[in-house]
Ligand binder design. Structure first.
Ligand code: FAD
Length: 501
């Protein structure tokens, strides 16, 4: 035997099984696993591998409920594993239920399809045979009745419900349910054309079709978000319906400001970013005091958070030392026993700032949002100093913001135009226009989350009246409208408190 590289690599969205990981992947997994046992010398396996890779890409959103794996039985180190699973020919596909035991040999697929669509349907069939315990991340795949839908929001804590109406031989409803399982604010259920009560109530005539339920407004077919998310309507019905559902989630999340993001930003800034500075002194210490000053004055936080910010701000102001060690700041942040009812959340939870991958968005999104909120709050509180908040932001970013290149760029913008704030431009509009300048520079950069493209903000979908056209045909911002929009969007009344601990 010679050891050969297998047919799959780490970038294929397929778990590559080895003697080291086989138990941890297959035994007691919270997701069902589907394993291809193959031999890298076998012509059929070589021919099948592009299909297995395409399937893995096609159903990557299903991972929390069902994941794909592969093992090269031609590799001598893997032979005991393959024979232990009674694999005699290649390729063999086996389905392992979630929470499989160590002695499980998996369920063999007999005569499996050799195309992505056929395999996808086969996986759904197998998933439907899944006995308890059901994979916890997998939503129900069975059809919903009118009674269930009528009482849906009494028993489910989501903001939107999408119903896929379809014929009994259609798989699209189950596919969309699985495609959407990672979106927390939207549930998808499938309803058959024979569910007459619902079909009549909504006047459904096309199968498949998608209806979106808004608890406040009642049921209607949502089309308005297409232009934001650019659904490719020429694509398959499944992709189109999934896209409609994603639109709703993205539009919904994008268009609101969440307190959970603001508190997560405070957590990260105070407990992670500042922790990189063992000793803080001189201008950096003044910058930190300014940061706390504007937080205490303008952060529209819950009483428990405000109590903590106030107690730390007072402690910082009253200290006589010219140097501050982070450990003493941490003690002050932790010292909640002496200040009743004062605390910060003890972890981050991104909602509006949640990226589609862990390395996208999160903290920098929260930082922008925090300072937009603070500039608007300062205006509402009739602050006498127009530069107060943006100077505090400038100094925080300059001394502490972990992305040093960002800090340099921001400082350059501040040197260029911040002096005009209070005379030619209001702080709210200055920050908005500088943020758009950054968006413009970063459009298409590797740090851009493909699900949240860097656009000139707010887009027409959020604020149609913010956009105008010059006689020459060029786009122009209607600044009065933009200002009014920002004041509403970042106002404390408009902040959502969902997802707080
Ligand atoms: P963000 O740009 O972070 O925006 C967050 C949210 O604010 C958006 O979802 C939207 O709801 C809203 N928003 C968007 N535009 C505006 C606007 N004009 N006015 C008001 N609200 C708006 N990254 C780099 O790669 N290079 C840099 O030089 C750089 N400089 C930065 C400087 C600062 C001060 C900060 C805080 C971040 C910087 N970043 C930089 C990070 C980058 O700007 C984004 O924050 C990050 O890529 C995450 O992007 P996002 O899609 O979450 O949207």
């Amino acid at each position: 035997f010679t050891t050969k590289a297998g047919l799959y690599t780490a970038s294929d969205q397929i778990v590559i099984l080895t003697p080291d990981n086989v138990d941890s992947v297959l035994v007691n997994s919270t997701a069902a696993m589907v394993v291809e046992f193959y031999a890298s010398w076998c012509g059929h396996c070589i021919a099948f591998s592009p299909v297995w890779k395409s399937l893995a890409r096609d159903i990557k959103e299903w991972k929390p409920a069902m994941d794909l794996a592969a093992i090269d039985c031609a590799n001598p180190v893997n032979i005991p594993i393959c024979s232990g699973f009674d694999v005699k020919g290649y390729p063999t596909l086996k389905f392992f239920h979630a929470y499989s035991k160590a002695d499980s040999k998996g369920q063999v697929f007999k005569a499996f399809p050799r195309d992505v669509r056929g395999l996808r349907h086969k996986l759904i069939d197998l998933m439907e045979t899944h006995k308890d315990p059901w994979p916890p991340a997998c939503p129900p795949l069975e059809t919903a009745s009118k009674v269930e839908i009528d009482n849906f929001f009494d028993t489910n804590n989501v903001e939107h419900l999408a119903l896929i109406f379809e014929m009994s031989n259609s798989y699209v409803g189950r596919e969309v349910i699985l495609d959407m399982l990672q979106y927390e604010n939207l549930a998808v259920r499938r309803v058959l054309n024979t569910e007459e009560g619902l079909v009549t109530k909504l006047g459904v005539t096309d199968f498949p079709s998608c209806y979106l339920y808004y608890p406040i407004f009642g049921i209607f077919f949502q089309k308005t978000c297409y232009s934001v998310y650019h659904c490719n309507l020429g694509d398959s019905v499944r992709k189109m319906l999934t896209c409609v559902c994603v639109c709703v989630c993205v539009c919904h999340i994008r268009s609101r400001v969440y307190m959970a993001d603001l508190e997560s930003t405070l957590y990260y800034s105070l407990r992670v970013e500042l922790a990189a500075h063992t000793v803080i002194k001189g201008e950096a210490l003044s910058a930190l005091q300014e940061y706390f000053t504007v937080l205490v004055k303008y952060f529209p936080g819950r009483p428990v958070v405000m109590n903590l910010l106030k107690s730390v701000a007072t402690w910082l102001k009253d200290r006589k030392d010219s140097e501050l060690s982070y450990s003493s700041l941490k003690d002050a942040l932790d010292n909640t026993a002496e200040v009743p009812n004062a605390a910060l959340p003890d972890s981050v939870r991104w909602v509006g700032c949640q990226g589609s991958k862990p390395h996208f968005r999160g903290y920098p999104c929260g930082m922008w949002t925090l300072f937009h909120v603070l500039t608007v709050q300062a205006k509402e509180a009739a602050s006498k100093d127009p530069q107060e908040v943006i100077q505090a932001m400038r100094l925080y970013v300059y001394y502490f913001f972990g992305c040093r290149e960002c800090a340099t760029h921001f400082e350059n913008m501040a040197m260029e135009s911040m002096s005009q704030v209070g005379t030619w431009i209001t702080p709210v509009l200055w920050l908005w226009s500088r943020h758009n300048q950054v968006n413009n520079r970063l459009a298409g950069a590797p740090s851009e989350d493909p699900r949240f493209p860097k656009i000139q903000w707010p887009p027409p979908e959020l604020c149609p009246s913010c956009h105008g056209v010059k006689p020459t045909g060029e786009h122009t911002w209607q600044q009065e409208e933009v200002l009014a929009f920002l004041h509403t969007h970042f106002s404390s009344e408009h902040l959502l408190s969902d997802y707080l601990e």
